[in-house]
Design a protein around this ligand. Structure first.
Ligand SMILES: [Zn+2]
Length: 307
């Protein structure tokens, strides 16, 4: 049975293979999907993105169409080049999305449905996204309320996991997760229950600032979060402009302590923090000892946690 992080990695692999590409063919063994494809053809649409939400995988197409598949039981997505032999029998195929020479094949998915943004919003089964940080009506206050709500519902949730949880706030990626926690001086492994209102305010505010700066920067992966030192502000190397992300073992730009790295959460995403600027505050259920970064070198196929 696929775990959350398996579904997450599947979505990432599908996104990498398909996003930005035009669908050239769509085949399905499911009558409901076939009839929608007849009425509003999938071929010709662009794959916008693929995301994981809980046990669900969502493939967003241009023109307001979303293919939602449930990944529990033996449901799985494979990616093949055209002509490559499938690893599962054709009888288990439920849907095939072809984009040029790439094919994404869903096998055994117990549920597969097309949705529009609106019908997905009404669908009670698929987890909802939190407020979109880049939406026009999003303010720091919106973010504080979202974080506060999560603190109340899941006091044990770790801050780093919460920042990345798209059902709390939608938009932050793994880089900003670490940078936002650093900006607020919050150790990302602290439980939400230990956070103060002030810390939530700074995290919401910097989330908004970083996301907007990233959009203005235009390149998508351009990251403008470090402005404390003129020497590196204008660096062409994005890594030089980050406070902690990707800097394990290097000196903190603020205090000189060594930046730590550790995989966090069900999806095992790397988290970076400064043990001095982001002190450990245990909740009653947590170890009084601060979390320690593991400087494990990940090689080959074990690089699952890398970004
Ligand atoms: Zn520091």
């Amino acid at each position: 049975m696929p775990e959350g992080d398996t579904i997450y990695r599947t979505a990432r692999a599908l996104n990498k293979a398909l996003a930005g590409k035009v669908v050239t063919a769509f085949d399905t063994g499911l009558a409901k999907l076939a009839s929608i494809n007849d009425d509003t053809p999938v071929p010709g649409r662009t794959v916008l993105s693929v995301e994981a939400r809980g046990k669900w995988c969502l493939i967003h197409f241009s023109g307001d169409l979303i293919l939602v598949t449930h990944m529990l039981m033996s449901g799985t997505w494979h990616i093949y080049r055209i002509g490559e032999k499938w690893w599962m029998p054709k009888s288990r195929m439920r849907a095939v999305i072809t984009c040029g020479d790439m094919q994404a094949v869903a096998f055994n998915v117990p549920i597969a449905e097309f949705h529009t943004a609106r019908s997905l919003e009404r669908c009670g089964q698929v987890p909802k996204l939190g407020p979109d940080i880049l939406a026009e009506n999003f303010t720091a206050q919106t973010g504080v309320e979202a974080l506060r709500g999560h603190r109340l519902a899941h006091p044990e949730a770790e801050v780093g996991v919460t920042l990345l949880n798209q059902r709390v706030m939608a938009g932050l990626g793994n880089v900003y997760k670490s940078e936002v926690a650093f900006a607020a001086g919050v150790n990302p492994f602290r439980a939400m229950s230990t956070t103060t209102e002030r810390e939530l305010e700074i995290m919401a505010d910097t989330s908004l600032k970083y996301m907007k700066a990233n959009v203005l920067d235009g390149s998508g992966d351009g990251i403008v979060t470090y402005s404390g030192n003129r020497r590196t502000t204008h660096s062409m190397n994005a890594g030089d402009r980050l406070w902690v992300y990707g800097r394990q073992g290097q000196e903190c730009r603020r205090c000189g302590a060594l930046v730590q790295r550790r995989l966090q959460g069900e999806a095992a995403r790397p988290t970076y923090w400064c043990p001095e600027c982001q002190p450990w505050i245990p909740s009653p259920g947590q170890s009084p000892e601060p979390p320690v970064g593991r400087q494990v070198k990940l090689i080959g196929s074990r690089r699952r946690g890398s970004c």
